[in-house]
Design a protein around this ligand. Structure first.
Ligand SMILES: [Zn+2]
Length: 443
């Protein structure tokens, strides 16, 4: 096989049919063989061989990363030589800063050029940007046109209901209908995802929509779009090739989303409808409904890491089950992990550790361990699960023949290290489509 390269290293494939391998071969932008070294040599005879010092994992996908905003913030807060460790600190210290207010198209391309290597240094080869406004979409398109996009990006269009351009649901529908494209349009580097809709408010503001009131006042939270409008928008999208990703934090919002998605039929699976956040008092019935409809639970361990303490202060015992990842998985739903970066913590090693330990910032006691998952399940949520959210499960998320050659070399196998060491495993190399986009020496 001309031009093929055989990489020799322990491989965590995330492929249920062959979870571990000793080698894999890449030709062009694809993986062509995975297995024992002899098996791989037989499929790619004469290929150059390269031994790697570490463990290979599929490239991770952050299913909820505001990457262009992350890049704009990087332009403001980083100096030229700063790497990912400094970036993580800088984003933590600038939580409330939204970045520059009126960036030019040129700024947006520069922002993406600045931030992509930082995210590749964490093992990411893909992201889903969960709320892309028109200017941001232009930024992604321009970066792609110039050949500067190295992160596989799924952009979820956000048309704000109540804004001047889209005052109501009818206006949103008219905009979506106006160009003839829909969810899935694009290529392997830049693709249009489901639209983003906000159904309820934020938990720490006490505005997530709950079945039980927040407190003695009887207030149950804030509903940002009426039942009728939400039902109409979901039904229209399902009938016209658009997926829907709905911000629904509290139990009552999640239940409303579940019931409308179930009415939407096959479109839910095909167009990758999502529950976004879906972490507060989520009912077993909503989870069962999601499993039936095929909607994705797009969950962020980062939000619980940051909000856990505040939720305990507001809700006491009711906060303990927050972000019930164990229940989502046991209920048969597809779980995709993301971060809501750059605003919340986005280092996937830290977030996998959080999902396993249920620890929260500033508290000595973890949240209820009944909702904890394993490292392997957390990895799946960042690979095979997130690939579903990225409309790419047939060719990303695993090291498997025919899949895109998106992979990362980790210093150690995250499944085998002590849990506290998981957060410190270096990512030594990242490849996207067979092209190296990050390298780092072992310390
Ligand atoms: Zn977000």
């Amino acid at each position: 096989m001309t031009g093929a390269v055989i990489f020799v290293a322990p491989v965590v494939t995330m492929d249920p049919e062959r979870p571990d391998a000793d080698a894999f071969a890449v030709a062009g932008d694809r993986i062509v063989a995975v297995g024992t070294l002899d098996e791989v040599r037989a499929i790619a005879p004469g290929a150059r061989e390269e031994a790697l010092d570490g463990t290979v994992l599929p490239g991770l996908i952050d299913a909820h990363m505001h990457m262009e905003r992350a890049g704009l913030k990087a332009l403001v807060h980083l100096d030229d030589g700063d790497g990912v460790d400094r970036y993580i600190e800088a984003m933590r210290d600038s939580f409330d800063d939204d970045g520059p207010t009126d960036p030019s198209p040129e700024d947006r391309v520069r922002a993406l050029e600045r931030v992509q290597p930082l995210l590749h240094a964490l093992g990411f080869t893909g992201i889903v940007d969960p709320a892309v406004r028109i200017e941001e979409m232009r930024g992604y398109q321009e970066a792609h046109r110039r050949g500067r996009l190295t992160m596989r990006t799924v952009a979820m269009p956000y048309l704000e209901i109540g804004s001047e351009a889209t005052p109501d649901v009818d206006a949103v529908i008219a905009h979506l209908d106006g160009t003839g494209v829909s969810t899935g349009f694009g290529d392997e580097l830049l693709r249009i995802g489901p639209i983003k809709v906000y159904l309820d408010g934020e938990a720490l503001k006490g505005e997530a929509l709950l079945d039980e009131p927040w407190d003695a006042s009887g207030f149950r939270g804030r509903q940002r779009i009426s039942d009728e409008d939400f039902a109409r928008l979901v039904a229209w999208c399902a009938a016209h090739g658009w997926g829907v990703g709905t911000h629904a934090v509290g139990s009552a919002a999640i239940a409303l989303v579940a019931s409308e998605y179930e009415k939407a039929g096959d479109a839910v699976r095909e167009r990758r409808f999502q529950f976004i956040h879906a972490y507060l008092e989520t009912s077993a019935e909503s989870i069962a409904s999601a499993a039936r409809s095929g909607a994705i639970a797009s969950l962020q361990p980062s939000i619980i890491w940051h909000n856990g303490s505040g939720l305990r202060a507001k809700l006491g015992e009711r906060a303990e089950r927050a972000n019930p990842v164990r229940s989502w998985l046991d209920g048969g739903a597809t779980v995709a992990f993301g971060s809501d970066g750059p605003f919340f913590a986005f280092d996937p090693r830290h977030l996998m550790w959080q999902a396993v330990t249920r620890r929260v910032a500033g508290e000595s006691e973890p949240l209820s361990p009944t909702e904890a998952i394993t490292v392997e399940e957390a990895l799946a949520a960042y690979t095979t699960g997130a690939a579903v959210a990225a409309l790419a499960d047939h060719h990303r998320g695993m090291i498997r023949p025919g899949h895109l050659a998106d992979w990362a070399l980790w210093g150690d196998d995250p499944r085998r290290v002590l849990l506290d060491d998981l957060r410190r495993i270096p990512v030594l190399r990242t490849d996207v489509g067979g092209r190296t986009v990050h390298t780092q020496e072992r310390a």
